[in-house]
Design a protein around this ligand. Sequence first.
Ligand SMILES: C[S@@+](CC[C@H](N)C(=O)[O-])C[C@H]1O[C@@H](n2cnc3c(N)ncnc32)[C@H](O)[C@@H]1O
Length: 199
Amino acid sequence: MIDWEERYRTGDTPWDKGGPHPALARLLPLTVPARRILVPGCGLGYDIAALAAQPDVDAVVGIDVATSAVEASRTTLAGLPNTRVEKADLFALSETHRHAYDLVWEHTCFCAIDPSQRNAYVHAVADALRPGGHLLAVFFLTPWDTPEENATQGPPFGCPAAELDRRFAPRFRLIDVRETPATYPGREGREQVRLLQRV
Ligand SMILES: C[S@@+](CC[C@H](N)C(=O)[O-])C[C@H]1O[C@@H](n2cnc3c(N)ncnc32)[C@H](O)[C@@H]1O
């Protein structure tokens, strides 16, 4: 298992690009109801800030297991009253998060967790959403160059699109899937944006 706190403490955070994912700006304004938004594995909180700036967003809640990330994101988000960051494990969320959100924004949390936790991720996110709520995700399908590396190396752990279809199908209906409209240099063609609705 990865010691995420240690990664932040030692500055071993290659995912930290200093701002929100470039696709997020292109996906805004959101086309689905999103008054309350959850960001699992929120890291340093940049995506939270971008989402919180949208009109009609009452609350964006970030969760992360790493204390240093939580503290840094609270600093990033100071002055944004419709944001909150909790130190919490996605796989052990308290009852207060149950059915509490209209939207979950996923970006580099799913690829960070151990592949053995993927079904638990699907259930955790579905349980946090109200019935009919949405999951908007940038999935990192192929962080590595070969199928073998994508199957065995990580984080980030690659995930074939067909596996996403299969794992999310029990709890979600796939509404839209497309290549990321914008991304970081080097990630072109490696990601997919998906909009799913909790069934
Ligand atoms: C690769 S980083 C991405 C952070 C952020 N999404 C970004 O793009 O900057 C993965 C993040 O997920 C967090 N994380 C890993 N497992 C988690 C879990 N079970 N519950 C909550 N957060 C988790 C880590 O601490 C880390 O901040």
